[in-house]
Design a protein around this ligand. Structure first.
Ligand SMILES: [Zn+2]
Length: 263
């Protein structure tokens, strides 16, 4: 090893950073070359002197912590920068992604628009619900109080421009207790009131001549159950706080009466 190379490696040798081969070559040269050996000795003395003297200054713990945390932060930022890479896509792939995003936003907008504008059924459900609650709270459950369908039906016939089907289901555990005029979607409707133990069931009925016979599944809202069905040219909604099974059974009974009547 040359003197020039040896002297360039001195700091690394003192810090123990050279590999084994380089270290052996250095030591061989230093043994034979007093000039290089002297240079090494001088540098070691400077190092010891610096460590011993008042020049040596230990950084306060606060400063050390601040430097270390700022190093950690810059390493973290660097790692995040390395992590995020724009996917390398072809132009048509980008176009597809943009189109998909646009379509997604559009359907999202349509979906929200649908939510904002309630359907006719949602509006009716809201009216049926509030009408039922109001009838129980405002002590205006019935205009005609009678358990006799032959009293209730003529009463409706005299007040309405249609003749709603009125059935008593007392023998099935759902006695008819009365009737009331009500309004759903700005039209007068018949409200039939039935009782199931200590619960009331409001049945709203209005003509729907074009509607085909159908029954919708039971729905729940704020502790009340709803069912709507179409039979014999009438649209019917039942609402109550009775259990879902009780209401479904009740509706099934009414449907059977209505369809046997319309035959
Ligand atoms: Zn030398």
């Amino acid at each position: 090893m040359s003197c020039e190379l040896t002297q360039r490696f001195v700091p690394g040798y003192m810090d123990g950073e050279l590999d084994l081969v380089r270290t052996i070559e250095m030591e061989a040269h230093l043994k034979d070359c007093p000039v290089c050996a002297q240079k090494l000795e001088n540098q070691q003395e400077v190092r010891f002197a610096l460590r011993r003297s008042s020049l040596a200054y230990s950084a306060p713990a606060v400063l050390r912590d601040r430097i270390q945390s700022s190093l950690r932060a810059s390493r973290w930022v660097g790692a995040q920068k390395r992590k995020f890479k724009w996917p390398s896509l072809h132009i048509w792939q980008w176009a597809g992604a943009v189109a998909a995003l646009a379509l997604f936003s559009f359907s999202g907008w349509q979906f929200t628009a649908r939510l904002r504008a309630p359907s006719s059924d949602q509006r009716i459900a809201a009216e049926v619900f509030s009408s039922h609650v109001r009838s129980l709270e405002a002590d205006h459950l019935m205009d005609v109080i009678s358990t006799d369908q032959h009293t209730v039906k003529p009463w409706f016939d005299a007040k309405l421009d249609f003749s709603p089907p009125v059935e008593d289901l007392a023998s099935d555990g759902y006695p008819l207790v009365g009737g009331r005029l009500d309004y759903i979607e700005n039209r007068e409707v018949a409200a039939l009131i039935y009782q199931r133990r200590e619960h009331f069931i409001n049945v709203f009925v209005w003509p729907n001549p074009t509607g085909s016979n159908s029954t919708q599944p039971i729905e729940s809202r704020q502790g009340y159950n709803f069912m709507r069905w179409s039979r014999g040219g009438f649209q019917c909604w039942a609402v109550s706080d009775v259990g879902a099974a009780d209401l479904a059974k009740f509706v099934r009974l009414l449907e059977n009466y209505n369809s046997s009547e319309s035959k």
